[in-house]
Design a binder for this molecule. Sequence first.
Ligand SMILES: Nc1ncnc2c1ncn2[C@@H]1O[C@H](COP(=O)(O)OP(=O)(O)O)[C@@H](O)[C@H]1O
Ligand SMILES: [Mg+2]
Length: 328
Amino acid sequence: MNAIISVKELEKHFKINKHHKGGLGAIRNLFSREFQLVKAVDQINFEVQKGELVGYLGPNGAGKSTTIKMLTGLLVPSGGELMVNGRIPWKERKTYVQRIGAVFGQRTTLWWDLPVIESLELIQHIYQIPDAQFKQNIAEFNQLLEMEPFLNTPVRSLSLGQRMRADICAALLHDPDLLFLDEPTIGLDVVAKERIRQFIQHINQTKGTTILLTTHDMADVQRLCSRVMIIDKGKLLFDGGLDQLQDQFGGKRELLVDFSEIYPDVSIDGAEVSAFENGRATYQFERQEISASALIGRISSKFRIQDLSVREPDIEATIRRIYEEKLL
Ligand SMILES: Nc1ncnc2c1ncn2[C@@H]1O[C@H](COP(=O)(O)OP(=O)(O)O)[C@@H](O)[C@H]1O
Ligand SMILES: [Mg+2]
């Protein structure tokens, strides 16, 4: 099967002026021809199949937006190859953008002074969307994103959540094959985030739109993506399922046990007691060393148990560990 996105050894380097500090530095800066090379994207490889919804994660400055800009044809790569939807984005931009949609959370693609509905009508005109398709999509998106209350409001007066909904709607009016979302939930409250997540999922499931989503909100990822790619300092560090991520880097799991009798010491081989109070113990154990059921077996053969539960480390903690401890 042919991948809808294929990226090989993709690179983007930026040359930035080297800055010297201090009074003399300011003078040196004036005449300086020294450059520093930033490898914003550094030889990354991946493929995305049609219909996938992939999360693209990384800390600030990791290279997420730069990747998306290359994928959408806004930036020309410094090296490597990319092919999206059968085209080379930056080379064939005009025909390419007819089949993709993009939302950049940090800035709107809509006309600041126009009411939302007029912005959308302009987009209909630019993309030459047939009336019937336009009307049907507006009706459907309007219902799902509840845009009715602000369709006649100028974009500049929208709240961030309303603006994001309008932007996402605008990006999908022409029924693109691919949708690129760069931080679509940034700065939104919980309710607004959830509405947008539901909508993204709906579009992916009902229209089969291939979606690449950058975010640093782990809840977005847990809710939406079965596959994640992690980038840091321009390098792709991980590409796989969320389960696999937990298996490989998930750190310690916890078993909480309530005992039905009083024991002075509840230690057990293969796990560490990290807390023991009021008849409840917390055991920490490594998934590679012992399974939860084996540990429960050991504990119940020594003590009488009233209740127990297993706690998985959360994805957010796992990802933080990957960044901080350079596990990869
Ligand atoms: N136009 C540019 N000129 C110079 N450096 C840039 C430019 N755009 C991005 N960078 C640098 O490239 C790196 C990656 O940036 P970016 O892709 O925006 O990261 P992210 O979206 O993951 O936060 C950062 O070090 C950033 O400062
Ligand atoms: Mg970014």
